[in-house]
Design a protein around this ligand. Sequence first.
Ligand SMILES: Cc1cc2nc3c(=O)[nH]c(=O)nc-3n(C[C@H](O)[C@H](O)[C@H](O)COP(=O)(O)O)c2cc1C
Length: 340
Amino acid sequence: MSNKDTSQRKKDHIDMALKSQIERADNRFFYEPILQGTQMPPLQKSPLGKKEMRAPIWISSMTGGTGKAKHINQNLGKVCGKYGLGMGLGSCRIILENNEYLEDFQLRKHIGNEIPFYANLGIAQIEKIAKSGRWEKISELIDKTETDGLIVHINPLQEWLQPEGDTIEQAPLDTLKSLLNKLDIQLIVKEVGQGMGPKSLNELFKLPITAIDFGALGGTNFALLELMRNSPHMLENFGLIANLGHKAEEMVIFCNDILENLAETNTKTIIVSGGIKTFLDGFYFTSLIKSNAIYGQAWAMLQRANKSFEVLDQFVEYQIKGLQMASQLLSPKPLRNFDK
Ligand SMILES: Cc1cc2nc3c(=O)[nH]c(=O)nc-3n(C[C@H](O)[C@H](O)[C@H](O)COP(=O)(O)O)c2cc1C
């Protein structure tokens, strides 16, 4: 480096130091500067079901079946293929009975065969299928989307507040048990933004499912979204309902308590999701869970995929670099030490 370069760098330091004063610390981590160099280690592969991801980042279920969705889904699929991320489709209800929008959901060609990729249906839809006895609809869906299995989203609060919401007639747990009895498929169960309490999680841990996806409170909130779509009276009277549920942090504690008391070896993957904005959130929670864990993002991916592939690509590249840095220098403080 020339003297001129060095002199410019020193000038930058002085100018920018005047603007680089931090007021708020992220106190979730121990930062250990003397134990590692700055070379970036490759990320460890993350297993999910019968496949593996090359980074522990999951693109959470979102969209399909509307004008914009095809372009968004293609961007998401391509970025999964490039970086080895796993992905869940948005609700596939629209293609259960006809194939008009099937192309929106056919992303396997972008993602590649090595990476986990799952179809998605709501619990109300599974209940309807159970009643009609037409279980083959689910196998057909998995075949035509070339997915590895099914995500079932459990969203009673959303259905309750949605103007055109479905009624869920029986306990979702019973519907899930029927599904698992009838079909031998890889199954992921998730919420859509309110999370789940300890009793629900405890029941899910007992089921032979592939993964539990938090869909925790703290990010995109479908209760609020449906209230906004509903009448002003609903928003005025039920607005506070949107704040109910469990944040990722609390769900990590629930899961660890359950895992500690679980008799048999548990091979489920936990997908920490709901309000995960960056690799720091993801690294923090997945490091704390006492089980195989990855993290999922919907909103953070959607806003980039909606702009362009390049914007999304750059975001994911930096998230992976960030995870590599974090794995060298950071370890999470136990949750009880995290004062907010
Ligand atoms: C536009 C959009 C559509 C969604 N559609 C679905 C869906 O069809 N099925 C589902 O299981 N979750 C759906 N979700 C919920 C997400 O998968 C995720 O659980 C939730 O958004 C919380 O994650 P976030 O805070 O990272 O957005 C959707 C989310 C968004 C933003």
